[in-house]
Design a protein around this ligand. Sequence first.
Ligand code: HMG
Ligand code: MG
Length: 298
Amino acid sequence: GLPERVTIWEVGPRDGLQNEQAVVPVEVKLEFIDRLAAAGLGTVEATSFVHPKWVPQLADAEALLADLPRRDGVRYPVLVPNERGLDRALAAGVRHIAIFASATETFANRNLNRTLDDQFAMFEPVVGRAVAEGLDVRGYVSMCFGDPWEGPVDRAAVVGVGRRLLDLGCSQLSLGDTIGVATAGQVSALLDDFASAGTPMSALAVHFHDTYGQALANTLAALRHGVTTVDSSAGGLGGCPYAESATGNLATEDLVWLLDGLGVTTGVDLDALADTSAWLAGRLGRPSPSRVVRALRG
Ligand code: HMG
Ligand code: MG
């Protein structure tokens, strides 16, 4: 069966804009985020408090949050890798954070400048302090299916990293196919392994990049397993600057088209969303990679 309702975790302003070549003006980001919230997205991942030299595209995080209008009932989580990032996020009034771990040694090194094991030492005080302050903490696991340097990734390693994040105090895991190579059978197998390890499906989200065009099929497989939180990016923007061959995320419009067709409630107004992505594509100077945006507004 399928869930009656799916929670969409919109990552466009963060995963989408972290990968743009040109720096997007803060005014454009503010309008983008507020239009997404107005379109009915209840969670809009706004930015990252990472090192500004590592991700210059999001170096304006303080300025962004200072001017961001908060709508009632909308969450605006941010990425935080370490205690310095947490200090900055707390000073900006953030209530929802996400740490981001790697399931592979190479990507832990490339993305976090840490070994696989040392990343947990970095996260432990972040989660401890955040939970003590009453914040909600999500944990991403990257490279859950394939890694551009290491190839296929062992499922037991992914479950091990995920369980360690839950043990630290994360309320939810987001399982990332960072480079978009997974197929539906692999998604089912990984979710089965998490279930066998005692993880309820309500504690899991899926985060698919669409490099090989499998993101929607993979999402459907996850929904059939009982997952009810799905990450996506308006217009299909996205990618990780530290992951070779990563392309855009599953487009939120493509996801909403699927879920509307299945009669699954999302609360999202597809027209308002497609208008927003078409507007942003104009500001970025290139067409949206989303098939649905191109079909509706192309
Ligand atoms: P590092 O160089 O090891 O940092 O980088 P450090 O701890 O050695 O500190 C060095 C200096 O940086 C210090 O300054 C710190 O204060 C400063 P100094 O004392 O020398 O003057 N510093 C900071 N400044 C501002 N904000 C901070 C911060 N931290 C340290 N937060 C670090 C380690 C984690 C900081 C770096 O590797 C980093 O910023 N990485 C972020 C990479 C990133 O954002 N990647 C994209 C997001 S992940 C993703 O896209 C995947 C996902 O979508 C899921 C999926 O698709 O799989 C989530
Ligand atoms: Mg991503």
